[in-house]
Design a protein around this ligand. Structure first.
Ligand SMILES: Cc1cc2nc3c(=O)[nH]c(=O)nc-3n(C[C@H](O)[C@H](O)[C@H](O)COP(=O)(O)OP(=O)(O)OC[C@H]3O[C@@H](n4cnc5c(N)ncnc54)[C@H](O)[C@@H]3O)c2cc1C
Length: 304
């Protein structure tokens, strides 16, 4: 199918705008990377299903984006359609005395707000983490010893054949920063089981977590959060990078944060090339000094 035809068909499926040659950088927290051929903003599961079907039938590559807070997009951008879900496929409701159901594009911030208002405990660890429910499921977002996998009661996905499938709690397979989903599955919504708790206890935990993160992480700067997975709980990547003397190391506009060595921050002028060169240099130097192999936690996507 020709480019114009794809654009026309996308326009029939989604009510929102369809952006051609849209810079993906501005839809990510790190702020690097080239344009997507198109970016679409589906507002319902129905629209999302329609877009996925059209792209699959015509072999058009797709990139699903939530808050863009765990990705490094290469400078060549993405040849295909970027499906942007954050704040579009959104909405969250209390679905029982201790359950919240949220759409994939709902932000973690608004999910936490809803749980606090309902005096439901469990999501306090997410305070100040950008990103969405869908991205949080895929990455098994976690902090302070908790993660999404502890709370998920069900995940609803659209699978490769375009069908909606529910993965119930008993069959969810999770690991550190990972939840196993069927291949090519796109998360549509998720259900969380939380614990009723006195509101002031919840507020206290949120406040404590926020204070800790503001003190230890460069939250005011453009970043993608922690760049590397921790090789083990006893060996946090940040400590290894710090001990290798790499805080402040700079490639172009990208540097290792002086506050937290597992963060790469963008001073506003970085390219993906700077970030990726810095990632490789850090891996090389940590291997040399500690013999440890660092694996990226962030997803590196797009074309050179
Ligand atoms: C300042 C800062 C602090 C952070 N702190 C933490 C932390 O403490 N703990 C932690 O775990 N992470 C942290 N992160 C990383 C990030 O916020 C989380 O991993 C978050 O859950 C990613 O969600 P997202 O919506 O931004 O995902 P995105 O970055 O948009 O996407 C991540 C991956 O998931 C895929 N994806 C997104 N949505 C869907 C969907 N609906 N269906 C299928 N695939 C999808 C994307 O294709 C991509 O591969 C931090 C990031 C920043 C910038």
């Amino acid at each position: 199918m020709r480019k114009k035809e794809i654009e026309r068909r996308l326009g029939e499926i989604v009510r929102g705008r369809i952006a051609a040659d849209e810079p993906i950088a501005s839809h990510t927290t790190l702020g690097v990377g080239g344009p997507a051929d198109w970016m679409v903003f589906p507002r319902s599961a129905e629209e999302l299903r329609g877009v996925l079907r059209l792209l699959a039938e015509n072999d058009v590559p797709r990139l699903v984006l939530g808050g863009g807070s765990d990705v490094v997009v290469r400078d060549g951008g993405f040849r295909g359609v970027c499906i942007a879900l954050a704040r579009n496929l959104s909405g969250a409701t209390i679905a029982g005395d201790r359950t919240i159901e949220a759409m994939a594009g709902e932000t973690l911030a608004s999910l936490l707000r809803l749980s606090r208002e309902a005096s439901l405990s469990g999501l306090e660890f997410t305070v100040t983490i950008p990103g969405t429910v869908g991205g949080g499921v895929v990455t098994n977002v976690g902090a302070f010893g908790s993660s999404f996998a502890d709370l998920l009661e069900a995940i609803v996905v659209i699978d490769a054949s375009g069908r909606e499938r529910t993965i119930e709690r008993g069959t969810i397979r999770a690991a550190y920063r990972r939840i196993d989903l069927p291949e090519e599955a796109v998360v549509v919504r998720a259900r969380f089981r939380l614990e009723p708790q006195a509101r002031d206890r919840i507020e206290e935990a949120v406040g404590r977590n926020r204070e800790h993160r503001l003190r230890t992480q460069p939250l005011g700067e453009a970043s993608a959060g922690c760049i590397f997975k921790n090789p083990s709980p006893a060996e946090p990547a940040g400590r290894l990078i710090d001990q290798a003397g790499l805080k402040g190391l700079r490639f172009g506009g990208a540097s290792i944060s002086v506050l937290h060595a597992n963060y790469i921050v963008n001073d506003g002028t970085a390219t993906a090339r700077d970030v990726l060169a810095l990632i490789e240099e850090v891996r090389r130097r940590v291997r040399e000094t500690h013999g440890a192999v660092l694996e990226p936690e962030v997803r590196i996507v797009g074309e050179e």
